[in-house]
Design a binder for this molecule. Structure first.
Ligand code: SAT
Ligand code: MN
Length: 603
């Protein structure tokens, strides 16, 4: 499609302004067709930027620049009008100053390249919960990935119409080409100090320069669906959360929906695609990373997955850890920074089998496994990714594209906590649940970093890198949401911890056995769970959860008990190191939750 076919005047004017600034060789409006996707892949294969993976039909591999392998949090900015609006957990820059720097970088930056206009919908096209964005990018890698991760093209322009609102998302790899120059098979990007992932919350704009990778470049994901959407959600009375969404069905056919927030590397994708070890139970996937939740007329919270694909970490993914993910990526998948086998397949550490002979590693060099050499550099980058369409997941739920969303029965919070936090406990009230979300964190071991044992890196609601405004105000927003409905309709809130250790070893097997905990949560939602009231909240009775194989009754009892001393240390840490950061933005309700918890523990 070309520019003249854009009927939305605001969109057309924006594209024209950007083109005048960035000076691309040509402009293309993406229609979202399979032919367009295939053409993008072909362009990159011809350029030497993509390598076919013949063992997985329709799949290709990309090797990024070593400086461009992950999100860059110290180059990510929330440029709100004031520093206070961004809050203590975000990098703030003055919006006028930042725009000036960016205009300088964007000037002429698309020379020698095509400017792609990518209209996309976050959420099923036309859903009342969905939002439209338009990304301008000079990267065919971004176009192809956006085809998988979002809904792209003509159908989105139709919903947008001549007057509709969209979030403008401007992206460039930041590497203009001189006449006759090409990328020569090398991943284009700018040096680290020139990368900017910039958000302007008041004007709902995203400007991303210099990175081609993942959350820095696929602007619908973390930039729009979390950072900008969290601001819109605050203003409009809904929620944009870093949460998986799953559907769970009991042997009688009763269905519940659960959403869960966990920091990175805590197994969100695995939980969303879990294969239960308890007979007769079924878990199906709605989403693995982001949930948008709005109140329905019935006072319940309805969630959609705004994405259309999975952008998962490859290393560690195997038929054992996550068969549904493995079966989702056997075709039509874009791999980035994994290793390639001689016979045309991908390989990574933790795929579940040894590499079949010599590989090409993620940097493009020959690589032979040196068994027993713990210092050998990995063949796949630890943050190597797959992007696969969600509909390819064998466990995807029928409702995954329901425009109305699914009613959420339970919200789970969790992190990696070797001690203190039990396997599961239930918040007494909504505000108690908000308290639990606000203290989410992962424990740092003395061995790993030279920090005090028991010190915790807090990642409230798993939103630390993704909240587009002051985290104290975000806590308040959660409290306000609880005022908008009644306890019988609001989701019940739970904290889980799959990572308790005993004598240095994991006390709980995790993965499919987490279904045993989900069953108790399910029963709690029905008011049927065997529970005891404790100082920290409601907990399963000793016989409420069946011990999986290899877990003794004593161990299970230990991870289901209240560690009084541990919690008192936890409270002291929250007071001294966590809550103080938010100053007078900390909602008084959370401070009273902390005080009440402390006094309950001290009796
Ligand atoms: O690179 S992404 O931000 O898309 C993935 C992640 O870091 O969670
Ligand atoms: Mn994530």
């Amino acid at each position: 499609m070309n520019l003249t076919e854009l009927t939305n005047a605001k969109l057309r004017a924006w594209v024209e302004d950007v083109a005048a600034m960035t000076r691309p060789d040509s402009i293309e409006v993406c229609d979202g067709s399979q032919a367009e996707y295939d053409r993008m892949i072909q362009i990159m294969v011809d350029e030497g930027l993509a390598k076919p993976v013949p063992k997985r039909p329709g799949s290709v591999l990309f090797r990024s620049d070593p400086s461009d392998v992950a999100r860059v949090e110290n180059r990510t900015f929330i440029a709100s009008a004031t520093r206070e609006a961004a809050g203590p957990t975000n990098n703030w820059m003055d919006p006028t100053e930042l725009k000036q720097i960016l205009r300088g970088l964007f000037a002429g930056c698309m020379r020698g390249r095509t400017l792609y206009v990518i209209p996309f919908s976050m959420g099923p096209v036309g859903s009342p919960i969905a939002k439209i964005g338009v990304e301008i990018s000079d990267s065919p890698y971004v176009v192809a990935n956006m085809h998988i991760m979002t809904r792209v093209g003509v159908k989105v322009l139709e919903v947008l119409g001549p007057e509709g609102e969209f979030v403008p998302c401007l992206h460039s790899v930041g590497k203009p080409l001189a006449p006759g120059e090409s990328d020569g098979g090398l991943w284009p990007c700018a040096s680290l100090d020139k990368k900017y992932i910039a958000h302007f919350p008041e004007t709902r704009e995203i400007w991303s320069y210099g990175s081609g990778y993942g959350g820095n470049a696929l602007l619908g994901k973390k930039c729009l669906a979390l950072r900008i959407a969290s601001v819109q959600a605050r203003d409009e009375g809904w929620m944009a959360e870093h949460m998986l969404i799953l559907k769970i069905t009991d042997p009688e056919g009763v269905v519940k929906f659960m959403a869960g927030a966990f920091p990175s590397a805590c197994g969100k994708t695995n939980l969303a695609m879990l294969v239960p070890t308890i007979p007769g139970w079924k878990v199906e996937t709605i989403g693995d990373d982001i949930a948008w939740m709005k109140f329905g007329k019935d006072g319940r919270l309805y969630a959609i997955n705004p994405e259309a694909g999975f952008f998962g970490v490859a290393p560690g993914t195997s038929l054992e850890s996550n068969p549904n993910a493995m079966n989702s990526i056997d075709r039509n998948t874009l791999f980035t920074n994994v290793a390639l086998t001689k016979d045309g397949d991908v390989w990574w550490e933790g795929i579940g089998y040894d590499p079949p002979g010599e590989l090409i590693d993620w940097r493009g060099n020959p690589w032979v496994q040196e068994k027993g050499n713990k210092h050998q550099k990995p063949a796949a980058h630890p943050n190597a990714r797959f992007a696969a369409p969600a509909h390819q997941c064998p466990a995807v739920a029928d409702e995954w594209e329901d425009p109305a969303g699914v009613p959420i029965d339970a919200i789970l919070f969790g992190g990696r906590r070797p001690s203190t936090i039990p396997l599961v406990h239930e918040a007494r009230t909504w505000n108690h649940g908000v308290f639990l979300g606000s203290i989410v964190g992962s424990e740092i071991t003395a061995a790993a970093l030279d920090l005090k044992v028991g010190s915790v890196r807090r990642d409230p609601f798993a939103m630390l890198p993704f909240c587009g405004y002051n985290m104290g105000d975000y806590f308040q927003h959660w409290i306000d949401i609880g005022q908008r409905s009644t306890a019988d309709k609001l989701p019940k809130i739970f904290m889980v911890n799959w990572f308790r250790k005993e004598n240095g070893k994991y006390a709980w097997p995790g993965y499919g056995d987490n279904s045993r905990v989900l069953r108790w949560i399910f029963e709690a939602c029905q008011g049927k769970a065997k529970s005891v009231d404790t100082a920290i909240g409601l907990m399963p009775t000793p016989d409420a959860i069946d011990a999986p194989e290899g877990v003794s009754t004593q161990t299970l009892a230990a991870i289901l008990s209240v560690d009084k001393e541990g919690w008192l240390r936890e409270i002291a840490d929250i007071r001294a190191h966590h809550y103080v950061r938010f100053g007078d933005k900390l909602p008084k309700e959370l401070l009273s939750q902390l005080d009440e918890l402390e006094s309950r523990l001290k009796v």
